[in-house]
Design a protein around this ligand. Structure first.
Ligand code: G3H
Length: 245
């Protein structure tokens, strides 16, 4: 992804049924995350293994050239202790999920944590998640790139603290995207996004926008609603061509 067209849609899903709804509904990245357990709440290993089996069985049936969304999973809201963070990310990767999203919460130990994840980043795609409500340090981008991370996204840690754009303005987000891209990182933006955020965030040029709350009936711990997914999908497509390349 380059950011030259409309951003892709990442849909966070809480169970296997929602995974299927998101795949069929046109999500570009189907993100296995348990929102009831936190900003980056994790699925159990058993559930992840079942998801990967289902996903691979579906993938094998696809014709060459067919649209193939990607599968990611979150490693949980972990303390910023290198060994613990790495173990959590390894657990998720060990189930066969090809993209692991790891939360980099505000800490003095961010760089050590990133270094601890470098061996994993050599074996699967690892996305580092920074948090808009924790004064993210964009100096981290160089370290992510050096450690072999595939991408970086900005989300919010405290889902009661407002939306992404309550914490970072469009100019800052655009600078984040440009800087991350300069370091060869795929980019994503999330954080209680709503349909009205799509225009301004698309203009910042991310590779994808991530949604959970806006997809659900009853908020982020509610049920994924296919009609809401279809609406967001259509709105994103309508912004094709408005993204900054
Ligand atoms: O990675 C994307 C997140 O799941 C977004 O969740 P949210 O829309 O509830 O903040």
């Amino acid at each position: 992804m380059t950011g030259a067209s409309s951003p892709g849609l990442l849909a966070s899903v809480a169970d296997l049924h929602e995974m299927e709804l998101a795949r069929v509904g046109g999500a570009d990245i189907v993100d296995l995350k348990q929102p009831a357990f936190g900003a980056l709440g994790a699925w159990s290993s058993e559930a992840l293994t079942a998801a990967v089996m289902l996903w691979n069985a579906w993938d094998e049936q696809q014709a060459p050239g067919a649209r193939r969304p990607m599968l990611s999973a979150t490693a949980g809201d972990q303390p910023m202790v290198p060994a613990l963070l790495r173990a959590a990310a390894e657990r998720v990767a060990g189930t066969g999920v090809p993209i692991v999203k790891v939360g980099l919460f505000a800490s003095k130990h961010t760089n050590e944590c990133i270094e601890a994840l470098a061996p994993l980043a050599g074996r699967c795609w690892v996305i580092g998640v920074l948090f808009a409500d924790q004064e993210p340090d964009f100096g981290t981008l160089a370290a992510l790139s050096r450690a072999g991370f595939t991408g970086v996204m900005i989300d919010t840690a405290d889902k009661a603290s407002g939306r992404l754009t309550d914490h970072l303005d469009a100019l800052t987000l655009g600078q984040f995207i440009a800087e991350a891209r300069r370091h060869g990182l795929m980019t994503g933006l999330a954080g209680s996004l709503i349909a009205e955020d799509i225009g301004v965030l698309t203009a910042a040029g991310p590779d994808y926008l991530g949604f959970r709350g806006a997809l659900c009936e009853g908020g982020r711990t509610g049920r994924l609603d296919p009609a809401r997914l279809a609406d967001l999908r259509a709105r994103l497509k309508a912004h094709s061509g408005t993204a900054r390349g």
